[in-house]
Design a protein around this ligand. Structure first.
Ligand code: AMP
Ligand code: GLY
Length: 415
C-alpha cells in the first residue's frame, strides 16, 4: 500500500523509518518532509497546513493510510477533511484535538473526570490574573491557552516574573490569539515522564514510557527547547506508577472524551510528573511526542501499519517491545533555541550498525553532504541491552561532531 506521513521533523522521519520495515508498505510519501529523509521516502512539496492539497494528493496517489505528525494540522481539521473525502487517516478530529489545542479545555476536562493535575484558574483579564498570582504566590506556572509551539509556558519563580508573563500574553499579545486566555496553575515538583498510547474511543494501548529533556544544556540548565534528547523506557519509574497512570489518566481521559461526544482516535500523549502524591498531568497532546517518538518507535516490534489497522477496527494490536533501552541525542544549530544560522554544512559523518540517525532539519546537497535548515538538525540514537551501552554508542558516534563550532549537543542524555 501507499502511505503518506504529514510533517517535516525528526518525529516524522522516525515514522518513515518504522514504516520502511513493513512488508505491507510499498511506497512512503512525506509532506513536506526534509532532505535527510529523501532516501527513505518521497518528499512531496505540500505544506502540512495545506489540507485541501493533501486531500487531493492522497486521492490521486491512492494513499491507503495517512499518518499525521504535528498538532497544527490536527487542530485545523485535517482528520475531518480526510474522513469527509472517504480517506483513511490516523489522528484525532478537530474536536478531539482540543485536548491539546486549548489548555483551558484540557484543565476543565480533567476536573470533570477527576484526572489528577495541578490546581488552576483561567483568566482573560490581566488584573484578575495578577490578583490570583498575588494570592497564591510563587513559584507558579503561566500557560497560554492555545498552541504556541511549546513556548507558551512560563514557570515563574517570582511574583514579578509571573506578572510579566501574564502581561506579555494578555496585554502585549505575545502569542496572538493563543494567549488571549491564560491558565495559571500550581507549580508541581517531581520527575517528569511521557506516556503515550494508541487510542480509539475507549480502547487504550499504551506505549513504553519515555523521558525527554527540554532544556538546552547539560544538567537541565538553560532555556526550554523543542527537546534535546530522550530515552525509553524510564529506569527510575516504578511499575506501580505506570499502572496508575494508565488507569487513572489515559483510560479515564479516553472514556471522558467518549462521554463528552468527542471520542479520541490517534495517539494520546500524557506529559506527567511523579509528585509525592502520585503522577499528575502537566499536559495532554493529541499526537506522538518529539523527540520521544525517535526512541520509542525503534523499540516497537510490531508492524506500525498493522497496529494502526488493528486499533482502528477495535482489535488489540498486541504491542510487543524489544528488550533494552533506546537513547537519542539531538544535534542542534549553535544559538538554538534563540537565533541561529541556516544552510550551514554539517561535518561529514559515517553511519554504523550500532546507532541510527534521524533527520530533523537537513537539506541534502548534490554531493550527498548535508546542510542545516532548522534549529534541531539531527538526532543520533541507539538501541542496546543497557542504557549505559546505548549512551556509549551514541556518544561514540557523536565524536564526529566534536570538532565543529556550528552545532552543539547535550552530553548527559541517558547518563
Ligand atoms: P508544557 O509545554 O506544558 O509541557 O510545559 C513545559 C514545561 O514546563 C514542562 O515540561 C514542565 O517542566 C514545566 N511545567 C509545566 N507545568 C508545570 C507545573 N504545573 N509545575 C511544574 N512545572 C511545570
Ligand atoms: N516532547 C514534547 C512534545 O512533543 O510536546
Amino acid at each position: 500500500m501507499n502511505v503518506l506521513v504529514v510533517g517535516s521533523g525528526g518525529r516524522e522521519h522516525s515514522i518513515v523509518k518504522k514504516l520502511g520495515e513493513s512488508n505491507q508498505v510499498s511506497n512512503i510519501y512525506v509532506a513536506p518532509g526534509n532532505g535527510g529523509m529523501a532516501a527513505e521516502a518521497t518528499c512531496v512539496n505540500i505544506r502540512e497546513t495545506e489540507i485541501k492539497e493533501l486531500v487531493t494528493f492522497a486521492k490521486e496517489t491512492q494513499i491507503a493510510w495517512t499518518i499525521v505528525g504535528p498538532e497544527v494540522p490536527l487542530m485545523d481539521g485535517i482528520v475531518d477533511a480526510f474522513q469527509l473525502a472517504g480517506l483513511r487517516i490516523f489522528g484525532p478530529t478537530e474536536k478531539a484535538a482540543m485536548i491539546e489545542g486549548s489548555k483551558d479545555f484540557s484543565k476543565a476536562f480533567m476536573a470533570r473526570h477527576d484526572i489528577p493535575t495541578a490546581n488552576y484558574a483561567t483568566f482573560t483579564d490581566c488584573d484578575e490574573a495578577k490578583a490570583y498570582i498575588k494570592a497564591n504566590g510563587a513559584p507558579i506556572v503561566i500557560k497560554a491557552d492555545g498552541l504556541a509551539a511549546g513556548k507558551g509556558v512560563v514557570v515563574a519563580t517570582t511574583v514579578e516574573q509571573a506578572f510579566e508573563a501574564v502581561e506579555s500574553m494578555l496585554l502585549a499579545n505575545k502569542f496572538g490569539g493563543a494567549g488571549n486566555r491564560v491558565v495559571i496553575e500550581a507549580f508541581l515538583e517531581g520527575k517528569e515522564f511521557t506516556l503515550m498510547a494508541f487510542v480509539n474511543g475507549e480502547n487504550v494501548y499504551p506505549l513504553l514510557p519515555a523521558r525527554d529533556h527540554k532544556r538546552a544544556y547539560d544538567n537541565d540548565e538553560g532555556p526550554n527547547t523543542g527537546g534535546m534528547g530522550a530515552y525509553a523506557p524510564v529506569p527510575d519509574l516504578d511499575q506501580s506508577i505506570i499502572t496508575y497512570a494508565k488507569e487513572h489518566i489515559l483510560h479515564k481521559a479516553a472514556e471522558g472524551m467518549v462521554l463528552e461526544g468527542r471520542p479520541f482516535t490517534g495517539i494520546l500523549y500524557a506529559g506527567l510528573i511523579e509528585t509525592a502524591s502520585g503522577p499528575k498531568v502537566i499536559e495532554f497532546n493529541a499526537r506522538l511526542g518529539d523527540p520521544e517518538t525517535q526512541v520509542v518507535l525503534p523499540l516497537l516490534e510490531n508492524d506500525l501499519i498493522q497496529v494502526i489497522e488493528d486499533v482502528m477496527c477495535g482489535k488489540d494490536p498486541e504491542l510487543s517491545w524489544k528488550e533494552g533501552y533506546a537513547i537519542g541525542t539531538v544535534v542542534a544549530s549553535k544559538g538554538y533555541p534563540e537565533s541561529y544560522a541556516k544552510l550551514v554544512p554539517l561535518p561529514v559523518f559515517e553511519e554504523n550498525d550500532e546507532s541510527y540517525v534521524v533527520h530533523a532539519g537537513t537539506k541534502v546537497e548534490r554531493d550527498s553532504t548535508y546542510r542545516s535548515i532548522g534549529g534541531r538538525v539531527l538526532l543520533v540514537g541507539s538501541v542496546q541491552p543497557t542504557i549505559e551501552q546505548a549512551h556509549q554508542s551514541v556518544y561514540t558516534f557523536l565524536k564526529q561532531f566534536e570538532q565543529t563550532n556550528d552545532f552543539f549537543f547535550r552530553r548527559d542524555i541517558g547518563k
